[in-house]
Design a binder for this molecule. Structure first.
Ligand code: ADP
Ligand code: UDP
Length: 237
């Protein structure tokens, strides 16, 4: 499938139209951002790793009954996906306390959260992606009640599937973010699942194997992403 026009250039991916109005190409770039795009750096191989990682995870989620955007892996850095009408919210599940939750509530990093928390953030960089809730989504017309129920259910289902997948390779799925959209009226998982939008800790050492290595200037970002991919058996080269 040939790329046509560039429709949107985000912080980590570029979106292209194709000759099929229902399909898009997502191009994963090497850019890595933190602080809502205030800090950006390029890391060799990152686009390729996240593209292949995302394809692997979306395939697992699809097999588990979660409708996803994924059509095909096109190249090292590109995937063919369904064109979704994206909902302007980020759905986050937290199995352990980390990141903004620790800052906001002062709880200890690593605290087990049972049952896991479900958070919603408005996707709006200019406003620093503020935390919202289901009532806000309905009142401001971002997501209707029926679709909210679906978002929550699919996000928790993804948590079940992925917690097990990572646990089997000695990784703790601490938290992650998903974005959904509508395709012909159906709620479908879009965007990406990769170590850019999830926290993954080694079970034994509790080493961080995700974008926190960049956010916290720990070094070894790409080595950590490759290690996670290798443990899962994602074919990179
Ligand atoms: P950001 O917009 O946060 O900087 P990216 O660099 O990842 O993020 O850009 C990708 C953009 O493409 C995001 O705005 C995302 O919502 C959108 N997107 C992801 N998947 C799809 C899809 N299947 N259909 C339409 N838009 C999508
Ligand atoms: N996350 C993301 N994009 C965002 C905000 C968060 O992918 O714009 C992911 C983040 O990587 C983590 C989870 O969502 O896995 C929860 O993030 P948190 O609210 O703790 O915010 P952060 O620490 O990223 O500011």
């Amino acid at each position: 499938m040939q790329k046509k026009a560039e429709l949107y250039r985000g912080k980590a991916k570029t979106v292209y139209s194709t000759e099929n109005p229902d399909l898009l190409v997502l191009e994963f770039r090497n850019d890595t951002s933190a602080l809502d795009g205030e800090r950006i750096e390029q890391f060799d191989r990152k686009g390729m790793i996240n593209n292949k990682f995302n394809y692997f995870i979306m395939t697992k989620l699809q097999e588990a009954g979660i409708p996803t955007q994924m059509e095909a892996l096109l190249s090292d850095n590109e995937a063919l996906v369904k064109k979704l009408e994206m909902m302007p919210v980020e759905c986050v599940v937290r199995n352990r306390a980390a990141g903004s939750l620790v800052k906001r509530l002062g709880v200890e990093e690593g605290m087990i959260l049972n049952p896991p928390l479900f958070d919603l953030f408005l996707k709006d960089d200019a406003k620093n992606d503020p935390m919202v809730n289901e009532s806000y989504c309905e009142t401001f017309g971002w997501v209707n009640r029926e679709n909210l129920a679906r978002l929550r259910k699919l996000t928790y289902k993804a948590n079940e599937v992925l917690s097990k997948l990572f646990s089997d390779v000695d990784l703790i799925l601490v938290d992650f973010k998903l974005e959904f959209g509508l395709f012909k009226g159906e709620v479908v998982l879009g965007d990406e699942f990769s170590p850019d939008g999830a926290r993954l800790w080694d079970k034994e050492t509790l080493n961080k194997m995700d974008k926190d290595r960049y956010r916290q200037s720990l070094g070894g970002l790409i080595e950590a992403y490759e290690e996670v991919a290798n443990r899962l058996g994602v074919k990179l080269d």
